[in-house]
Write a protein that binds this ligand. Structure first.
Ligand code: FAD
Length: 317
């Protein structure tokens, strides 16, 4: 079932999660161990992130460094299939522009279609860590909107090969990303929202936000989106802080602010266990306020650790 149908049919705020494929060398059991404790809260869909290749330098004999490309967390599509099969819930693979030609993207979408996966979250992807800017693959999509247009075309039965006649249309429900504190490359919020509106006009059906720790930023974002004519569901993304280091790492990685009330509490913590308690309590309060405001769904970033999310869900759902 489509994410938008889950939202339409719900009479209360839904609970959903995002998971990461395990590091290469692990197995599917680590995914089940992560999801099992959260199934009691009935997530109607589980998002699975996509991780493109990274470049690393390996020291070889004679001291020379070899640059090699590795994918540390492969398996997005097969994990989605395994989740659907085991839990009879929907799974949403993240599909990115980076690293794919349009034809490779089309073939990946065909695989999803054959597997009965009818939800996708479409993203541009970040620049490769060793590169200053995002560079699309030659023949690949440049922005998430180009990916949205490609999937919309497939939903109309239009494939890249225009000689294909009477092709069966796909029926993907399209989600996209939104940023309550602005995407880091956007010159300002209004430009970012203008591009967000273009993605919705192109066919995106719902928005999942970047994590945020100050609900007022989310409420303002929702208002700005409405004022700009964006009328699709906006799902807030939430992440409980679980370590002391995250108070500096999350702002740096995700280009977000932590409210000073939160950082003051974290500064009092002696260790990660204490920081995790602060993070969980903060996220519970955020969740309750968002739920009271009538958000369609609360979407939790598990980051391979489900126990803090479980403690939050016990208090909120
Ligand atoms: P876009 O919508 O393409 O926007 C990128 C930038 O370009 C923005 O600054 C925007 O304002 C601007 N822009 C947009 N359209 C245009 C245009 N037509 N012309 C000029 N400028 C434009 N990354 C992964 O690699 N894997 C994942 O699984 C993943 N999951 C994510 C899930 C969520 C909920 C979120 C919020 C992010 C996720 N990301 C993931 C990170 C994401 O790929 C990065 O934030 C990326 O830098 C931007 O992706 P986007 O889809 O928002 O890009």
């Amino acid at each position: 079932m489509k994410v938008t149908d889950h939202i339409r049919n719900a009479d209360k705020t839904l609970f959903s999660i995002e998971i990461l494929p395990p590091l290469k060398g692990s197995n599917i059991k680590s995914i089940y161990d992560l999801i099992d404790p959260l199934m009691e809260f009935n997530p109607p869909f589980v998002d699975v992130t996509y991780h493109r290749e990274e470049y690393v330098y390996k020291k070889r004999e004679g001291g020379y460094l070899e640059k090699i490309s590795i994918r540390k967390r492969p398996g997005t599509v097969s994990i989605c299939a395994a989740i659907i099969n085991k839990y009879k819930t929907d799974a949403v693979p993240h599909i990115i522009c980076g690293g794919f030609t349009r034809e490779e993207t089309e073939n990946a979408l065909i695989e999803l279609n054959y597997l009965g996966i009818d939800n996708v979250l479409l993203l541009r992807g970040d620049p490769i860590k060793t590169e200053p800017h995002f560079t699309p693959e030659p023949g690949g999509n440049n922005y998430a909107i180009d990916l949205v247009k490609q999937v919309v075309d497939m939903n109309k039965g239009k494939f890249l090969d225009e000689d294909l006649k009477e092709s069966v249309p796909s029926d993907f429900c399209i989600g996209i990303a939104g940023y309550p504190e602005k995407h880091f490359e956007a010159p300002n919020m209004s430009t970012d929202i203008r591009y967000l509106k273009m993605k919705v006009d192109a066919g995106a059906e719902y928005i999942v936000t970047q994590m945020f720790f100050d609900n007022s930023r989310f409420f303002q974002f929702v208002k700005d989106c409405k004022d700009a004519g964006i009328d699709v569901p906006i799902i807030p993304g939430l992440k409980p802080i679980t370590t002391l280091r995250q108070s500096t790492l999350l702002p740096k990685t995700f280009h977000i602010d932590l409210p000073s009330d939160l950082t003051k509490e974290l500064e009092k913590c002696q260790d990660n266990a204490a920081a995790c308690e602060v993070g969980i309590e903060w996220c519970i309060q955020q969740s309750k306020e968002l739920m009271d405001s009538g958000v369609p769904c609360l979407h939790y970033y598990t980051m391979s650790n489900s126990s803090p999310v479980r403690r939050i869900a016990e208090k909120v759902f």
